[in-house]
Design a protein around this ligand. Sequence first.
Ligand SMILES: Nc1ncnc2c1ncn2[C@@H]1O[C@H](COP(=O)(O)OP(=O)(O)O)[C@@H](O)[C@H]1O
Ligand SMILES: Cc1ncc(COP(=O)(O)OP(=O)(O)O)c(N)n1
Length: 269
Amino acid sequence: MTIAGSDSGGGAGIQADLKTFQELGVFGTSVITALTAQNTLGVEGIFPTTPDFVKQQIEVVFQDLAVKAVKTGMLFSPTIIETVSDTLKEKDVQLVVDPVMIAKGGANLLQSEAVDALKSQLLPLATVLTPNIPEAEVITGMSIHSVNEIEKAAEKILSLGVESVVMKGGHLSGKEAIDHVYFKDGSYFAIQSNRVNTTQTHGTGCTFSAAITAFLGQGKTLKEAIIEAKKFIQLAIEHPLNIGHGHGPTNHFAYNQMKKSFEVVVHES
Ligand SMILES: Nc1ncnc2c1ncn2[C@@H]1O[C@H](COP(=O)(O)OP(=O)(O)O)[C@@H](O)[C@H]1O
Ligand SMILES: Cc1ncc(COP(=O)(O)OP(=O)(O)O)c(N)n1
């Protein structure tokens, strides 16, 4: 299940999640928290769903279908976060939280007053949190520029009650795109791939977290799911569709077309 906003342009949000689920052979269900009028150039409008209707969508799906894993994306407001948290805490599922805050074009996809609810209500339910660097900075109140600061921020995030955190390196510079993964039990690994010099990165975070969710739903361990999701997003970025006039979407077909010839580098400590 994905609980997220709709991207009318199809590159991020619910649409990216369902395309990822489909490519990975997983039956996707969706709970829409907001409609956005959006394309590769930016977000032009946001129309949130009422919290009661968000709850109704979740309950109706759970009453009928055996949901194995859930991800959250754009949740927009404190009341939607409270509703999603209250509803999910009754369910026995693995939860991937992508703390979507600001779109690449600069639009606010999470009201600033919603950050407290995210931290206090949703994060304690998360199997894994997948912040990019700016999101990790908002959650921790720290500024993050080095691996040392990434580790300190991860410790702070783990203290909020999440089981594990993937500190995504997409927003840093360097020849490699490195994601650092920390677990509550103190274990750690990092996954490294070549940084692609491209503007075709709309929806990278949504696609990556949806792939983790799909692999968890198929029964992979969290570590296996994160590593395989990194392959999915790397191939999706490396083979862009080159559509639209702004930040184009990633290519959800690439993993199935090319995965046999590709591995990412995993560092353990
Ligand atoms: N230019 C890039 N080349 C290779 N991998 C990237 C690139 N940009 C992002 N990634 C990867 O895509 C995933 C999503 O990261 P990121 O873009 O930081 O998330 P978000 O969309 O939330 O900002 C991460 O695994 C990150 O390492
Ligand atoms: C409806 C919706 N949800 C999430 C996002 C942000 O997605 P993300 O994967 O972080 O990609 P960018 O916005 O950074 O390209 C969105 N734009 N719309």
